[in-house]
Structures are given as structure tokens and as C-alpha cells.
Design a protein around this ligand. Sequence first.
Ligand SMILES: CC(C)(COP(=O)(O)OP(=O)(O)OC[C@H]1O[C@@H](n2cnc3c(N)ncnc32)[C@H](O)[C@@H]1OP(=O)(O)O)[C@@H](O)C(=O)NCCC(=O)NCCS
Length: 183
Amino acid sequence: MAPQSTDTARPAARAVAPAGLRQRRMRETDLPAVVAIENEGYAFPWSEEILRDCLRAGYTCRVLDDRDGVCGYGILSMGAGEAHVLNICIDASLRGSGAGRRLLYWLLHRAQAAGSEAAFLEVRPSNVAAVRLYESSGFKQVGLRRGYYQAVGGREDALVYRLGLLEWPEPGVVVTAPLPGEP
Ligand SMILES: CC(C)(COP(=O)(O)OP(=O)(O)OC[C@H]1O[C@@H](n2cnc3c(N)ncnc32)[C@H](O)[C@@H]1OP(=O)(O)O)[C@@H](O)C(=O)NCCC(=O)NCCS
């Protein structure tokens, strides 16, 4: 997963997800908008080339859009019964409105439907918003990669999380309604 922003300040007034929010396949023509959100969302963003490679590799690449255009995206790879959430990023104006959770759940449902038995991801310990999102979704920490991420003035570890998809959602995890959009 791309290095995460360390900005975890919760907006004073939570944004409201637009009623027209939907998900669809990412296209190459979305890349300028995706790159802009990526650059704002991360201190060490992925390049446009990396994002294009994800599309060309056939990963599950989805964008969220509303009337104003692309406002978030998620990237998932699948293979050998495992899924890997490689990136999930929501435009700053929409954070805190539930969009990230709904997009994550859409990706997990997609992985489940494709027969993946588990989903994995890496996250910076300093990325409090993302860690809370993943833990409240049922992900459990299963490892630590020392010095995995570039960081200001050095390196930062990655927490490795796993979610068993055969038993997901487990009791206590409330799964929000799937986002409408393309199948
Ligand atoms: C992490 C991210 C995807 C979450 O998306 P979001 O749309 O803001 O999240 P949601 O509104 O769906 O909130 C889901 C949960 O995340 C946690 N959360 C979200 N914002 C938070 C914040 N500012 N501080 C603490 N926890 C937060 C909460 O647990 C929240 O659940 P709750 O509303 O029931 O309390 C978003 O902050 C983002 O795009 N960050 C920059 C890119 C990034 O770091 N991606 C993750 C890479 S591992």
C-alpha cells in the first residue's frame, strides 16, 4: 500500500457523502484526478506510472464519483485465494463521511465473491484514521515490516493486517450498504 498521510485530524464538521456517490471501474482518463487525490492524500504518493500499472495489471481499480467528478479510489489485487488492499484514498473534502468504509467494504465483498479466503494490507502505525477503519472492519494485525515505508527523516514500520473473508463480517462488524454503481 502507498505510504499514508500522517494527518489524522478529524474534521470539526464531518462531511456528508453526496447522495449521488457511486463506484465504477477506474479508466486511464481518470488518472489525472486520481493522481491529484493521491498527491494530496499521502506524504509519499505513488506516481502516475504506478497507478497506470495497477490498471494495466488488471487489478480491481475502482473510483468513487459524484456530480463533481472523481472523489476517491481503491485498488485491490487478487490471486491464489488471497486479496491485497493496495490503496484506498478519499478526497479530503469527503473524508469522515463514511465513503472510505463503504469503498473498503465494496472491495472486500468483491474479493469474497471472487473466492478469496483472506484479505491483507499494510498501514503505517501513525495513520490513525486508517488503522481505526481497518480494525473496526475486523482486520487483525498479523505482522510488522520494519522500516517498510519512507518517512520524513528516515523510515517507518508497516503494520500487516489480515481479515478472514470466509467468516466476514464477524458478529459486531456492521457492514454498511454497498455502494451503487457498476458491477
Ligand atoms: C483512511 C481513509 C481512507 C478513511 O476514509 P474516510 O472516508 O475518511 O473514512 P470514513 O468516514 O469511512 O470513516 C471510517 C472510520 O475511519 C476512522 N476515521 C476516519 N477518519 C478519522 C480520523 N480523522 N481520526 C480517527 N479515525 C478516523 C473511524 O474509525 C471511522 O469510523 P466511524 O466514523 O464509525 O468512527 C481517508 O482518511 C484517506 O483517504 N486518508 C488518506 C489516504 C490514506 O491514508 N489511505 C489509507 C492507506 S492505508
